[in-house]
Design a protein around this ligand. Structure first.
Ligand code: DI6
Ligand code: FE
Length: 404
């Protein structure tokens, strides 16, 4: 006996084992037992259930997964936006001590409670848009205590809104001002103190680095990745966002879960990602906000069979975007992805980017019952509307957390 049956549905399973676009099942049903999916298939052969929900032909999809955010932060950067609109570039602002560092000052000054409260509001916005699982990075604390504070806030906020969370230590995001004349000492602090401490306390699942000319170099990235491996953490990398630093190849050589941004990646980098089965996380919000013109090479990712994930990159500097479906629309319109690729990018491939392929990202028996029910006639509508407002119902681990 199932606990719940969603029936009279059209089901976009996104399961590659189900033939056809979107892995779709017409006249379908999804059955739930406890927190897991117990049945996906034709409505006609679904087992009995204690509770039956008739969807009237609406589409059920895997709940969305936002696999790259920096949503714990204090303050915002509207003044900097104003400066950029008046001609200043991101790099100029960063070099003048603004940019990331202005958010670092605000985040250091904020209490844990304040960070939790503002993060909850952002998580609720994503959840309204259909997101059940979110990745949250640190990177605005840049001291052991403040990075920990951010990761604790991320965990508490996600728990409060019942969302699944993966946390990532991004201590090599910017060089803190107090280490301006001694980069090596900061990298040592990260590798010898922060990474072991965060791993021991179970505060993060992965380590990320901003590998960029205004960020950190290869050797610094390697040091952090070596420390991550030593302490049992996965790795991810901000790579090729502003220039071709060959970061993706470096990330692939460490078996990274994902390499993210990738506007400037070359063919050798794409081949390296394919070989390592590292996901490419595309972030059209930052591309849009920075008015970039170099697009990630979607055709090459297709050619080499690299999993393309999509995410909001929600952050106060380069992607103040609270809508996962807007990221999908931008993935289609700005990057040329198909609607099916956009949905896969926020479900199955996002799960890969977080090491969650056995947990969520497709609708199939055995996985978490994270399901979104959309008031649409075709799954392409999720990226067709310029920021679809979100599902009618969102189930996370079998419980309805959004109902409109
Ligand atoms: N790349 C980005 O786009 C953001 N961080 C990063 O590594 C920018 C974060 C910020 O400007 O606050
Ligand atoms: Fe980012």
């Amino acid at each position: 006996m199932l606990d719940l049956l969603l029936t009279d549905a059209r089901v976009a399973t996104m399961d590659p084992a189900v033939a056809g676009p979107f892995g779709a099942i017409e006249a379908g049903a999804v059955g739930v037992r406890g927190a897991r999916i117990a049945y996906v298939g034709p409505a006609a052969s679904a087992p009995p259930a204690k509770h039956v929900e008739f969807l009237g032909g609406r589409w059920a999809t895997p709940a969305l997964i936002d696999c790259h955010t920096h949503l714990v932060f204090a303050g915002n950067r509207a003044a900097e936006f104003d400066a950029r609109q008046n001609g200043a570039t991101y790099e100029e602002i960063a070099r003048a001590g603004g940019g990331i560092l202005s958010t670092v000052r605000a985040t250091r000054a904020a209490s844990l409670e304040d960070l939790v409260e503002s993060a909850i509001a952002r998580l609720e916005a994503l959840r309204r848009g259909g997101v059940a699982t979110v990745e949250i990075k640190s990177g605005y604390g840049l001291t052991s205590g403040d990075e920990e504070k951010m990761l604790i806030a991320a965990g508490e906020a996600a728990r409060a809104v019942r969302m699944r969370v993966k946390r990532t230590l991004l201590a090599l995001h910017a060089l803190p001002p107090e280490y301006k004349s001694d980069r090596d000492a900061y990298v040592r602090l990260v590798c010898e103190d922060m990474i072991p401490r965060v791993a021991r306390a179970g505060l993060a699942d992965a380590v990320d680095v901003f590998c960029e000319s205004v960020g950190f170099a290869h050797e610094e990235t390697r040091a952090a990745f070596d420390a991550a491996a030593k302490h049992g953490l996965n790795v991810k990398l901000h790579a090729e966002q502003l220039s071709d630093m060959k970061g993706a190849t470096l990330a692939a050589s460490y078996g990274a879960l994902s390499a993210d941004h990738l506007e400037y990646i070359d063919e050798a980098g794409v081949a390296a990602l394919a070989k390592a089965k590292t996901a490419a996380v595309l972030l059209p919000g930052a591309f849009y906000a920075l008015k970039e013109t170099t697009k990630p090479p979607v055709a090459l990712f297709r050619k080499y069979g690299v999993a393309m994930a999509l995410a909001t990159d929600l952050n106060p500097g380069t992607s103040p975007m609270l809508s996962p479906t807007l990221a999908m629309s931008m993935g289609a319109t700005l990057f040329g992805m198909t609607p099916e690729e956009c949905l896969a990018g926020m479900t199955r491939h996002a799960a890969r980017a977080l090491g969650l392929v056995r947990e969520c990202g497709v609708l199939k028996a055995g996985l978490a019952a994270d399901i979104a029910v959309w008031p649409v006639d075709h799954p392409a509508e999720l990226s067709y509307w310029i920021g679809h407002p979100g599902p009618d119902i969102l189930y996370i681990a079998g419980a309805a957390v959004e109902e409109h």
